[in-house]
Every structure is written in C-alpha cells, then in structure tokens.
Ligand binder design. Structure first.
Ligand code: TEU
Ligand code: CA
Length: 594
C-alpha cells in the first residue's frame, strides 16, 4: 500500500524537518491530553478547537482507476501525504450517490456511495486509514435540499396527496406565476412548476435540488437517522451545507421592500432555525463526540454566537463569508483592500466571546485559489505570498481549514472560454445573462477569471507526468492547470523550502503553542494598508505575527515602541530579533515570541 509519496513523506520529511527545526524554538507543549484539564484563557478546551482541518473535494483529488475522475481509493492512497502536513481532521465534500447536477451537492441516496467514487467498502477502507493515522474525518451533510432524483421527490411529485408530498415545499401559482419573487443561486426563479400536479416546488439552488420541508417532523427525523448512520460508522462530525436556509417563513412573502439583492440574507431568516438545530443536537449530536461546522451562507457576522455559543447547544462553529466573499457579488468581481479584511478579523474578535468559537478559512471548493485570490501568484511572489497567507490562516483565532492544493500554492486556471467551465452556477448565468444579451460574453469571462468556483476544482497536481499524475486517463474530468510541471506535490515534498513544508512548520508551531490557539487577539495597526501586525496572548505567553502583504520592501517600525522579540518562524531569510524596526521583503511573514 506504501505509495512512492508515502515513502518520500516517511523518509524525506524527517530529514527536512531536522534541517528546519533550528527555526522553531522549543515551547512547553500543550498538556498532552488537553481534553481533561478543561480550560485555557476562559475557553473550554476541545479537540476541534485545537485541530487543523484539510478539505478534500473527492472528484478532483486522486483518480485510482483511470477514468479521469477522483475517487475514494485515490484518497486512501494519499493519506500519508495528508498526514505529513500535520493536519488532524479531513473534511470530505459529498461522496454520496448523486446525478451530479451540482457535483454531489444534489444527493439521490444519502446512505450510498457515488458510483464514480467507489463503494461503501472503499469508504470503510478510507475511514480506517484515517483513524490508523490518528486523524478524524467529518462528512458533508447536505439536507437543505436533495436531488430531484431522490426516491422521496419521485414520490412527492406524483400527486398532492402522496405520503411524501410534504417532504418538499409545494405551492400553487400566484396570479398564474411563481408563488413569490425569490430567485435561485443558480439564476432564474427559485420555483419550478411541475407538470404532474401543476404546482410549484421551491429550489434555492438548481431545479434538480428541490428544498426539503423541515416543517415536516418526518423529514427532520429522516435526517437524524441518516446522521446516526454515518456517525455509527465512525464519522467524527459534519460540515452542514447552507444550514441557515432549512427553515422558511411559511407565508413565503416576496423580497422585502428594502431588498438589496443579497438574497442569501433573506433565506437565512427562517423563524424555526434554532429550534431545528437544537432538536438535531438533542436527537443526535449530543450523543456523540463530534465536530460540527455550519456553512452559514447569508449569515451576518455579529449573529454568529446565535449558532455557536456553547450554552445554546447548537453548532460548534460556522463558516461566515465576509472575508472570503469580500470581493464579489455572485460572479462579479469588485475591488477590496487588506484594511477591509483586517477590520473583519477585529469584528470577529469583538463579536465572539469565550463561549463562541470561530473558523478561519480563505478558500474552499466554492471560491478561487487562495494565492491568486488574496496573494500574488506571479512566479516571483507565489511562494512567499502563499506562505504569508498560510501564516494568517494558522495564527488567526479559530479552527483553520486548508483546501486541497493550497499547501502546494496551486493557482487559478487560465480560463478563456465558456466551454472550459463545468460549474452549473457559471453555465446557468451564461444562459440567463449572456445569451440574453444583458451581459457581454468577454466581460463575463473576465470576471470569472477572478471569481469562478472552478478555479478550486481543477485536479490536484501530484507530479510532472501527464495530467499532473492525477489520472492515467488521457483526459481528466476537468482540465489540469497547465502549470502542473512546476507546481506539484512531488516537487514540494522534496524541496525543503516548499509551501508544503512551510505549512507543516506553522502547524507544528501552532500545536505546541497554546497562545496561537486560545490566546487573545489584537490588531496593532489596523489602518496600515499593507502591513498586518497582530498579537496572540495567553497569560505570560505573547506572540507577534507581522506580515508584509505587498511586494514592496518595507522597513516597518513596530507600533507602541514594541520590540520584535525572539524569532519563532519566518517564510523568508529575515533573522532580525529584538529590534524596534523590522525590514520586511515583499510578502515576508514572521512570527516572534515576545
Ligand atoms: O454553497 C452555498 C453557497 O454559499 C454557495 O452557493 C456560494 O455562495 C455560491 O456558490 C457563490 O458562488 C453550498 C456548497 O458549498 C456549494 O458547493 C453548493 O453548490 C451549494 O451549497 C448548494 O448545495
Ligand atoms: Ca476514478
């Protein structure tokens, strides 16, 4: 089973680590079983607060049977590579049976593995491999909607008195048209008239993703049974897809007068959301040692405690999108500044007290590649900026989520024409806005080159062989980024100065530095346009993280007559210590112990 990679990981990595450790100074480790001595800085210690999570998008991770599509056996074959990073938890994007209208986020059978991805025993083998390496795995729970090919919907649409009718949201026409003016995330109205009964069903996403009716207790208990099925198999928790949308105002009013086009915010205002999540917690979550992260599309930052305050028995943490969505309105790109991003991290710090925990993420399968989005993916600065962004990801307060390939500095794809895209969100908007002449085709493509979800869905780049070693097939399901000859795992594993090994070092430092996990956060220079300087403090332990988020060299005078202290880690050669002014090259990042 030992693949070439695992051999490299097992033999090369320790050598490279030995070479690197001179940079990481010894710190008293987290008390080994931090679980039992229960608090740090007022926080309840929890494994999922100290964990680092790695997200896998199975379709694009590794193909094991040469059909050009990633699969579960492919993931199992690369577990040593993932373990080598030092991550603790894998978040597996949907691997359930699905017709893939939205790449698995449209589930036809919640207890069956997608044929393309393999079998249930492949899943069991994967989970076993994860546990053998002392990692955990959380699954994707997509229950705001199902596939329209799910047996429930096949029954539901048959007739108005079908026993499954109430599993979905059906409404009669209003003045001959849709029941209200709600729109779909994937363009067009959010209602589809179904010929069988002439009524409309609601779909906040694709027509092939009808929304489940959570008002119906049968539906809720179907979901709880599905969750128990996977938790009893050994899964360690769930990432919950668009969880704020599961409750709907049953009068389905049109958008409010002051509607600003941000429909997600309206869909997240359902009146019974917290009742349902508290019920889910009582019925399922409280019975297992699990981690839960809600994907809180449309959720305003300051309301985060309503979903995650530990005293409410709802979720452990949420993905809130103010940072990652700072520069786009749907597919349209808009300018942003680091000053704006820094302000959002300070808002999180103010909004979440010791009872509410956060996530930290800069990318996922719905967003462009982090180094292209927030860094500088030009050859001169790709390495430094990817490492600088890794420093932010792993030293901000909250549980960090790494998206597959970001540890290699994979970049956005050079899309030029619509045929190159796979994403239903792209294709539907093309039909709805470009083919109707509302939007210029070249303008649309230009925006997508910055904002498309497909940037993060191009296959993992494992080596410099054809298709980046992702598949032995002539063609991958989505084209591999042509820069795979330079950017790939094989190169990264053997290069001590690679982004992969830098991620590993920061994760190692984080693991043995409680201050970087539970420590107080303070932005020292919020107005500075290109320097991000903040501290993390836990008791007497204080760390300074200082980053130059521009390509210009900067001689930065630390605020408040602060001195830099002892260098714990840096992404470039800078060695200065105990100085009031730090000379930072372009995209240089340093972590100091004060
Ligand atoms: O995403 C919800 C969501 O917020 C995204 O739709 C995102 O805002 C949008 O794509 C902007 O580009 C979740 C899943 O992560 C996504 O992959 C699914 O397409 C969607 O739900 C429906 O399940
Ligand atoms: Ca395959």
């Amino acid at each position: 089973m030992r693949t070439l990679y695992s051999l490299i990981v097992v033999f090369a990595v320790p050598l490279i680590l030995a070479a690197r450790t001179e940079k990481t100074t010894a710190m008293e480790p987290l008390s080994p079983n931090s679980q039992n001595d229960s608090t740090a800085n007022g926080y309840q210690k929890k494994w999922w607060k100290e964990a680092v999570v790695y997200q896998i998008y199975p379709r694009s991770f590794k193909d094991s049977n040469g059909d050009g599509i990633g699969d579960l056996k492919g993931i199992t074959s690369q577990l040593d590579y993932i373990k080598g990073l030092g991550v603790d938890v894998i978040w597996l994007s949907p691997m359930y049976d699905s017709p893939n209208a939205d790449n698995g986020y449209d589930i036809r059978d919640y207890r069956k593995i997608m044929t393309e991805f393999g079998t249930m025993s492949d899943f069991d083998e994967l989970l076993k491999g994860v546990k053998q390496r002392k990692m955990k795995m959380i699954l994707d729970l997509v229950v705001n909607h199902s596939s329209d090919e799910h047996a429930w919907f096949a029954e539901s649409r048959k007739s108005k008195d079908n026993p499954y009718r109430d599993y979905y949201i059906w409404r009669p026409a209003k003045n001959g048209k849709e029941p209200n003016n709600w729109v779909s995330y994937f363009s067009g109205p959010a209602w589809k008239k179904d010929p069988a009964t002439g009524e409309y069903y609601l779909h906040l996403f694709a027509e092939k993703q009808p929304d489940l009716n959570w008002e119906n207790p049968k539906v809720r208990h179907e979901v709880y049974d599905i969750m128990k099925f996977w938790l009893d198999k050994g899964a360690d928790g769930f990432r919950m897809d668009v969880i704020p949308f599961i409750s709907k105002d049953q009068s389905f009013p049109d958008f409010p007068k002051d509607y600003d086009g941000n429909f997600g915010k309206v869909y997240a205002l359902g009146p019974k959301l917290h009742d349902y999540i508290q019920e889910m917690n009582r019925e399922v979550l409280s019975k297992y040692d699990v981690m839960t992260v809600g994907e809180a599309a449309g959720w305003t930052l300051e309301k985060t405690p309503l979903l995650v305050d530990e005293r409410r028995n709802e979720l452990n943490m949420i993905f809130q999108f103010d940072v990652v969505g700072i520069d786009r309105q749907r597919w349209r790109w808009k300018p942003w500044t680091w000053r704006d991003v820094k302000a959002i991290y300070t808002r999180y710090d103010k909004a979440l007290d010791v009872h509410s925990w956060n996530t930290v993420f800069l990318s996922n399968h719905d967003n462009p590649r982090v180094v292209s989005h927030f860094g500088d993916d030009s050859p001169l600065f790709r390495l430094a900026s990817a490492k600088a962004l890794a420093t932010i990801l792993l030293t901000q307060k909250g549980t960090p989520f790494i998206y597959q390939g970001d540890e290699l500095g994979m970049t956005n794809y050079p899309f030029t024409k619509i045929e190159e895209f796979d994403d239903i969100e792209v294709k539907n908007a093309w039909k709805a806005e470009v083919l109707t002449g509302q939007v210029d085709a070249a303008d649309y493509i230009a925006h997508l080159r910055k904002t498309s979800r497909d940037h993060s869905r191009t296959p993992m780049q494992w080596d410099s062989s054809p298709n980046g070693g992702f598949t032995t097939a002539a063609k991958a399901w989505l084209a591999v980024n042509p820069n795979y000859k330079e950017i790939n795992a094989k190169q990264a594993l053997t290069d001590p100065n690679s982004i992969y090994h830098y991620f590993r070092s920061v994760i190692e430092l984080r693991k043995k530095t409680p201050a970087l996990i539970y420590g107080d956060y303070a932005d020292l220079d919020p107005r500075n346009a290109s320097i991000f300087a903040y501290t993390r403090t836990l008791g007497a332990d204080k760390y300074l993280v200082v980053l130059n988020l521009s390509k210009e060299n900067v001689a930065y005078t630390l605020p408040g007559a602060l001195k830099a202290g002892q260098l714990a880690l840096s992404n470039l050669e800078g060695k200065e210590e105990n100085v009031p002014v730090v000379n930072l090259k372009g995209w240089e990042a340093r972590i100091y112990k004060l």
